[in-house]
Write a protein that binds this ligand. Sequence first.
Ligand code: SF4
Length: 346
Amino acid sequence: MSQQDGDKPAENKKPKAVALLSGGLDSSLAVRMMLEEGIDVEAVAVKTPFCDFDCGKGCGQRVKEVADELGIKLKTVYFGEEYLRMLKNPKYGYGSGMNPCIDCRGMMYSAAKEHMKKINADFVITGEVLFQRPMSQNNRALHIIEKETGMECKVLRPLSAKHLPPTDAENLGLIKRENMGDIKGRSRKGQLTMAKHFGMSDPPNAAGGCLLTDPSFSKRVKDILDHCDDIPTLNDIELLKVGRHFRIMHDAKFVVGRNEDENEVMKALAADGDIVMEVKDHVGPTCILRCKSYNDPLLAKCAAIAARYSDAPRHELSNVSITVNGDKSEVRVMPADIETIEMIRI
Ligand code: SF4
């Protein structure tokens, strides 16, 4: 787009796009392609309770760094309970794990759409690559997501645009279709060539993973959705990310920390009504029993599991402390036997 060169009054009319930015290579490239086309870009990053785009540096830090490198403004949108409600019953179902990609992308498109309206942008861009992800990046899924969100022709995927129908951005001459990408599939070759073109010496990897595509984490998610009356709390979801999990009864779940760090996280996550257990006199895990009601046999069963994962001798009675809403008591149990435990492990 060179028609604005030296034409000062046209500055306000520079086309504007909202980018869905993940912090990974593909969405970064999509932004760079737009900047090269002379488009003003602002980014929206979406954080779900299950995504991990912070790479351990703190919430959303990685994507902030990428936005800074690109020199664009960033708005971060956090999905909470509304995401869990969708996850409980996604209109378009799940992928290979508990990943409701079509519905999830729909929520992301809606967030981008809202920002697009707010800043009066002309269109939205994403780093989506046709056929890169089986559930959400095929022609049918892309069409469904656009239709569901009222974004037909408004979403440009610069990396794959030549394989997709022209959008408003091309039809209105805001960008040149011939400058768009023709990447498709799972290979990263095209993206790496593009990264070279943009002089990116150390291109980022794909964005942080989504826990909902992880098979073992998905089992925990399915379990909690199957066993809660309405939707889980955000605290329930955070608890899924640590410890070993055991389904003791329909409304009783027991979580056992796996190391010191997890023990600390679990102490912080312990909510009102949670029963916290720790083995006395031996190194062992912090455990949380989350249940609607409890009785002595239930406490003893959980205490035995706690003892099994401690350094307490396998064939001797151990003391396990039990704290409920600040009230402390103690129970004496034999460590549970591992085969029994494994049968109820999620
Ligand atoms: S992989 Fe996860 S974050 Fe990505 S679209 Fe699917 S559910 Fe959403």
